[in-house]
Design a protein around this ligand. Structure first.
Ligand SMILES: NC(=O)c1ccc[n+]([C@@H]2O[C@H](COP(=O)([O-])OP(=O)(O)OC[C@H]3O[C@@H](n4cnc5c(N)ncnc54)[C@H](OP(=O)(O)O)[C@@H]3O)[C@@H](O)[C@H]2O)c1
Length: 287
């Protein structure tokens, strides 16, 4: 049995679907499973990662877990509950902002992912870390603007990320959970103790991403840079201040200093990471 946390999210939903399609036994966790929709045969379970006491039923009989780090959890509580339940393997969705060499992490985003990694490193569990660069799905909120016009207003047109398709992250997660090799042979390899730094196939600025959105949708979409304070005020309705400051800081730091492009998706799955244009095609209705 595989337990998938974040199973209503961009990545976790795809992990559930891929495992279920391959015939594996899957349990999907949400704080509100009654609102979620998963494929037939998937076992739905309620649980909150910030409250390890709520995870007992979710972890019973589970061999491997796809785990999210959440800002409100220490990681250590989860590890204790997983070890007590007899879980063998955990695949953690971590962040490319974690820095192994830093004495202190650069901000709260790196910090809560690092905390979860440290708890797993100190455990008896087999672990694999998927350190994701920026998700292509972070551009989904642009859909509110592109449904009203052709301008995408945001901060730092030149902020340069390497956006990754959530299906690629999910494929790497499934390989790590099932021990699959790049040919897809389940049980053929171990991913224990591996740290995969996952990115999309190319470095793209915010302006590049808006341009590609327009090319794929055949519309003159362009990124219009607005003052960072205006963006901060608008995003503060949805994002807590320390996390928002961190996101803005990561954008600022990537201007002229692009986030890395890695080949880890191809090394694990046997195929190159999907392009941002492919991601837009897959989500055209959202824009
Ligand atoms: N976005 C990025 O660029 C990026 C990059 C690297 C790493 N990450 C990490 O990737 C993970 C997913 O990020 P996302 O932006 O893609 O999220 P998302 O699709 O919005 O999904 C968030 C998921 O987290 C679950 N969740 C939140 N708090 C929880 C809690 N206390 N207990 C159990 N489940 C909880 C939600 O489940 P329910 O609401 O159904 O309970 C939901 O399934 C996060 O840990 C994030 O830090 C994100």
């Amino acid at each position: 049995m595989f337990l998938i946390t974040g199973a209503t999210g961009n990545v976790g939903r795809n992990v559930v679907e891929q495992l279920a399609a391959a015939g594996h036994k899957v349990r999907a966790l949400s704080r509100n499973p009654e609102r979620a929709q998963w494929p037939a045969g998937v076992d739905a379970v309620a649980g909150d990662l910030a409250d390890a006491a709520s995870l007992g039923a979710a972890l019973a009989g589970v061999e491997a877990v796809f785990l999210l780090a959440v800002p409100t959890a220490s990681g250590a509580d989860f590890v204790a509950a997983a070890e007590a339940a007899g879980v063998r393997r955990v695949v953690l969705l971590s962040s490319g902002s974690v820095d192994d060499d830093a004495e202190t992490q650069s901000g709260p985003i790196a910090e809560y992912h690092w905390r979860a990694e440290q708890a797993l490193r100190a455990s008896d569990l087999e672990w694999t870390f998927l350190r994701g660069e920026v998700f292509a799905a972070n551009t989904l909120p642009w859909g509110y603007q592109t449904k009203a016009g052709d301008d995408v207003r945001g901060a730092y047109a030149a902020a340069a990320g390497s956006p990754i398709h959530e299906v690629d992250i999910a494929e790497v997660a499934v390989a790590a959970l099932t021990g699959a090799d790049p040919a897809g042979q389940v049980g053929a390899t171990s991913h224990a103790g591996r740290v995969y730094h996952l990115s999309g196939p190319e470095s793209l600025t915010h302006a590049d991403q808006a341009r590609i959105l327009g090319e794929v949708l055949d519309r003159p979409i362009r990124f219009v840079e607005v003052p960072v304070d205006a963006v901060r005020e608008q995003m503060s309705a949805h994002v807590p201040a320390p996390i928002l400051d961190d996101i803005i800081g990561i954008w600022a730091a990537s201007v002229g200093n692009p986030r890395p492009v890695t080949d880890a998706v191809e090394r694990v799955t046997g195929h190159p990471a999907r392009s941002f244009a492919t991601w837009v095609q897959d989500h055209a209705a959202a824009f």
